[in-house]
Design a protein around this ligand. Structure first.
Ligand code: CU
Length: 333
């Protein structure tokens, strides 16, 4: 491929960001740095929850008339110039921040601002609105930003264990009373009481529940969240926590290879079936190895296994509906 074709692919979003609204992070390494452009529209609206509660959110949305919580994930490589245009369609001020990388400063109501920065170092980052912290982030203004090592398609960092595909799992927890208070322009004045727990913006809906099996509603079937692979399809999962609650990420079938914690590469790769995830922007990178499940007898190479959290409240909605929370499925195909 010629350099200009690489650039064309990048500017078309093919190599530069998540494809469409569904599917895992698509990535093809480039020999040269490119400029990756993306426009986010800050929008707001209501999202109906499983118990009928209508909750107010704000999002970094892909269109002026949509509401994306979380915002669309982006993936670039080290050295790329990233050009983000923020169109603030609301009347309140907002910002676009990646800690240690870029801070747009306040973008006033009705304003548009374009920021440029160089993707300096590999890793998994949250982009978010840091104004009125943590409230704007909690309202939904957050998303995933992945930086690949230059020229590599299968490593988190140079020399890391390798993978063949990658996902973002962005967790969030929601107190509707806080969201309503913020919608009316006040600071929350009640104890934080999360009642909804989401993965990439959705909850898992068990068989028999409304929306079960619908990939636009059910986190167990959302193509951004559910892992699909054959034995050997080692899968990087970039885990971010936009919410306030600490969590415990647990997988069946295989242990996870634990590569990083809160942005720091671990000195040794441990294999864990349960990993602590800090609240308030905790982060982990893991590889789900898609190995033949070691504990099954007779041995199996296909089947469906859950990922769920080991904190009880995160597996509920509206204070009691079980199991409508942060869970998805892992499909051995
Ligand atoms: Cu379990």
């Amino acid at each position: 491929m010629k350099r200009r074709d690489f650039l064309k692919a990048g500017s078309a979003g093919i190599a530069g960001s998540l494809l469409g609204g569904a599917g895992l992070l698509a990535w093809a390494p480039r020999a040269h740095a490119a400029t990756i452009s993306k426009t986010f529209y800050i929008t707001d609206g209501f999202i109906d929850q499983i118990d009928g509660t209508s909750v107010y959110f704000k999002g970094f949305s892909s269109n002026a008339d949509s509401l994306n919580v979380p915002g669309e994930s982006m993936i670039v490589q080290e050295g790329d110039t990233v050009q983000i245009t923020i169109v603030n369609t609301l009347s309140t001020s907002h910002s676009f921040v990646i800690d240690g990388v870029v801070d747009s400063g306040a973008i006033g109501g009705g304003q548009t601002k374009t920021i440029d920065f160089v993707a300096g170092s590999y890793g998994s980052f949250m982009y978010y609105d840091k104004l009125n912290a943590p409230y704007n982030r909690l309202l939904g203004l957050h998303g995933g930003f992945a930086v690949m090592p230059q020229g590599s398609s299968n490593e988190l960092y140079s020399g890391s264990p390798t993978f063949v595909q990658q996902y973002f799992w962005i967790f969030h927890d929601i107190d509707p009373a806080w969201h309503d208070r913020l919608r009316r322009g006040y600071t929350p004045n009640t104890e934080y009481t999360p009642r909804f727990f989401t993965l990439n913006g959705l909850i898992g809906r068990p068989p028999g529940a409304p929306g079960n099996g619908d990939p636009t509603l059910d986190a167990m079937h959302d193509l951004r969240s559910a892992l699909h692979g054959h034995v050997g399809d080692r899968t990087l999962v970039r885990i971010l926590n936009a919410g306030l609650c600490a969590q415990s990420v647990h997988t069946h079938a295989n242990h996870m290879e634990w590569l990083t914690e809160n942005g720091q590469v671990r000195p040794d790769v441990w294999k864990k079936d349960c990993l602590y995830l800090d609240g308030n922007m905790g982060a982990l990178d893991v590889i789900f190895p898609f190995e033949v499940p070691p504990d099954s007898w007779p041995p199996v190479t296909t089947g469906t296994y859950p990922m769920h959290m080991h904190s009880e409240m995160s597996q509920t909605a509206a204070g009691g509906y079980y199991m409508f929370g942060q869970l998805t499925d892992i499909f051995f195909e």
